[in-house]
Design a protein around this ligand. Structure first.
Ligand SMILES: Cc1ncc(COP(=O)(O)O)c(C=O)c1O
Length: 361
């Protein structure tokens, strides 16, 4: 290992984040791969987004100019959408990049970081990169988390920073906003990073409080419900002071102009969003009744994925992949051996999934 590598790498003991293998990209689209492995939207973005992107590409300098590094128009639209001041929102190249910035800005060397787990593993890498001491701990029942359990975890570990995915990827717990805010108010010396990547599905958000509180910041993305994962647009909402801090290290060139244009069009098309959310919920009903019929236990999810435990998860994952259906193994996370995460699709996609699952069981 490390053949021909420069010898000074202080991060060489990190266990990297394990991304989905993305083999679906290498399957011809006409073979109809069913990609249920990375919680993307099963549906393309709104037609109005395609129109806006095409129109943008007619600009003579669409691709040779750097993007607007301040994301001026997009931030204005986001501020209008959330009814918050513009200085409370900042855009990033996906919410991953926003989380990365937050790990660097809101921690000091050696700080304790608590990741309420099992959860989205990327933040662990960012916190380790910032040279923090990372602890993974969570509720007894991985599918639910109450405010008092969150408070007890903070009391137990005394972290300087807490990472909370809400709703949680991959287990689907959802802490009501007032409970998150109450806990953050109770621990003013702890920064609460609330990752709301799936909040369009659940309609629970701490945004109204995040704009006022010094120790609570919300992270959102256009990658999930809006169907723009490929364009990489996310944003942070927080107090003006916290956004100012984040701006110290932000590289605005990272948010592409196509991404900004597409995000604005997606945000403007509330009807399409509503319809996509309804289609996903209809798909969820098909999946849930299929799982029930097949005798496979599951918990209802407030997001766009369902976590299921199998005795022979790897075999099922491989057999589904042979049918060009891709699901996400979660065994790489501590305590998650045997779990598969299935992204929700629409009714047709979930009908195909259930039939395939029945075949391979
Ligand atoms: C909880 C959570 N946060 C953030 C992300 C990353 O989203 P983005 O595409 O905006 O970087 C994901 C993606 O799967 C996620 O599950």
């Amino acid at each position: 290992m490390n053949k021909n590598a420069f010898s000074v790498c202080r991060l060489d003991t990190i266990q990297p984040y394990k991304p989905s293998n993305q083999v679906a990209w290498f399957v011809p689209p006409e073979s109809m791969p069913l990609k249920l492995d990375w919680n993307e939207s099963p549906l393309p973005p709104a037609p109005s987004v395609m129109v806006a992107v095409k129109k943008f590409l007619e600009h003579p300098n669409a691709l040779n100019w750097y993007p607007d590094a301040n994301s001026h128009d997009l931030r204005t639209k986001l501020a209008e959408h959330w009814k918050i001041p513009e200085e409370c929102v900042q855009t990033y190249c996906g919410s991953d990049s926003a989380l990365h910035a937050a790990a660097r800005i809101f921690t000091r060397l050696g700080d304790r970081v608590l990741m309420v787990s099992p959860t989205y593993d990327n933040f662990r890498i960012y916190a380790l990169e910032a040279q923090c001491a990372v602890t993974l701990d969570g509720p007894k029942d991985i599918y639910t988390l109450r405010g008092d359990e969150l408070a007890a975890l903070v009391e137990k570990h005394h972290p300087q920073l807490v990472y909370l995915s809400n709703p949680n990827n991959p287990t689907g717990w959802l802490v009501p906003e007032n409970e998150v805010v109450e806990v953050a108010n109770r621990f003013p010396k702890t920064m609460f990073i609330v990752d709301e990547a799936y909040a369009e599905y659940s309609n629970v958000t701490v945004i109204p409080d995040a704009v006022q509180m010094p120790n609570l910041v919300a992270f959102r993305t256009f990658s999930k419900a809006y169907g723009l994962a490929g364009l990489r647009v996310g944003y942070i909402i927080g107090s003006p002071g916290n956004i100012e801090f984040l701006n110290l290290i932000r590289n605005g060139k990272n948010v592409s102009m196509i991404g900004q244009v597409a995000a604005m069009a997606a945000l403007a098309d509330g009807d399409y969003l509503k319809k996509s959310l309804e289609r996903v919920r209809a798909g969820q009903r098909v999946l849930e009744s299929g799982l029930t019929r097949l005798g496979i236990p599951f918990r209802a999810s407030p997001a766009n994925f369902v976590l299921v435990k199998f005795d022979d998860a790897k075999r099922i994952q491989d057999a589904l992949a042979d049918l060009l259906i891709y699901v996400r193994p979660m065994s790489h996370l501590p305590g998650m051996t045997g779990y598969l995460r299935i992204t929700l699709g629409d009714e047709t996609q979930m009908t195909r999934f259930v039939a395939a699952l029945e075949k391979v069981l």
